[in-house]
Design a binder for this molecule. Structure first.
Ligand code: UDP
Length: 256
């Protein structure tokens, strides 16, 4: 029986109160949603894979000095994170045209962009996450100008690092979404990378075949989502045994 207090439930994750003040447990569900929740399915094993992949990427980013909310993975589906005040802005970084950018500007998917482009979206399910500019973010007080600068410089660093990391395993990082939070330590506050970075919020294409190894497999009814996420995990050197077999007792997780 689960006696932990549920702090928040989102589309793909649940946040529970953590064991210490200022901590939370981030639980990865198998739910997949798209098109502002109009499309919904349970894809067995997705949560386990995202937990593992996001753990790995946050750890690597932490190793190069990117501040994050991540503390440690607890089990197959859960990780311990620092409690932050989420900034209600999604930061999207794009290297290659795809998805909504291709539609909006009439660019063929796969067109290399002249440089990395950053966009902001206001986090609001009711409004379907509309695209906003820095002007909106500061005028409505969602974040201060200095906080926007911090988010942009961290997002670019994350992009450079992940582009290289994925290139090394034969994957093109087309675009990704990230989120930030305010972390309070005594009287000081800093901006840290929060939420998750997984194939749910990145576009990852195989360099050779251009196969999609991300959530577009679900959005576009291509099938094989768990197999694609498993392939990303495998190339990252992560061993995720039977991601779909996690309902009962403990499951062996091999260390790297
Ligand atoms: N993305 C996300 N959550 C969102 C919207 C977008 O994780 O609510 C990610 C998406 O997976 C892709 C990138 O952000 O890697 C850019 O998405 P895009 O704007 O092209 O939107 P989409 O085509 O998903 O509607």
């Amino acid at each position: 029986m689960n006696r932990r207090r549920r702090v928040y439930e989102g589309k793909a994750k649940i946040l529970y109160e953590g064991p210490e003040p200022g901590t939370l447990i981030q639980h990865f569900k198998d739910d997949a949603t798209a098109f502002n929740n109009q499309k919904h399915a349970k894809i067995e094993g997705k949560g386990v894979l995202n937990n593992r992949i996001s753990e790995y990427l946050f750890q690597k980013l932490g190793d190069i000095g990117v501040p994050t909310h991540f503390i440690k993975r607890m089990n197959m589906r859960e990780q311990l994170v620092r409690e932050v005040e989420i900034i209600p802005v999604e930061v999207v970084v794009r290297n290659v045209a795809a998805g909504s950018l291709s539609k909006r500007l009439g660019l063929d998917e796969g067109t290399q962009l002249p440089r990395s482009i950053m966009e902001f979206y206001y986090k609001s399910d009711e409004l379907g996450d509309p695209m906003v500019s820095e002007e909106h973010i500061t005028a409505f007080n969602w974040a201060a100008p200095q906080e926007i600068d911090d988010m942009m410089s961290v997002a670019l660093r994350v992009n450079d690092f992940l582009t290289g990391l994925f290139l090394g395993i034969g994957i093109r990082l087309v675009d990704f979404k990230c989120e930030f939070g305010r972390l309070w330590e005594n009287d000081t506050m800093r901006i840290v990378l929060a939420d998750e970075i997984s194939p749910d919020c990145c576009r990852l294409w195989d360099i050779e075949t251009e196969d999609k190894l991300d959530k577009d497999r679900f959005r576009r009814d291509l099938g094989g989502l768990v197999e694609a996420y498993q392939e990303v995990a495998r190339r990252l050197g992560l061993h995720v045994d039977n991601p779909t077999q996690n309902q009962g007792g403990p499951v062996l997780v091999r260390s790297q």
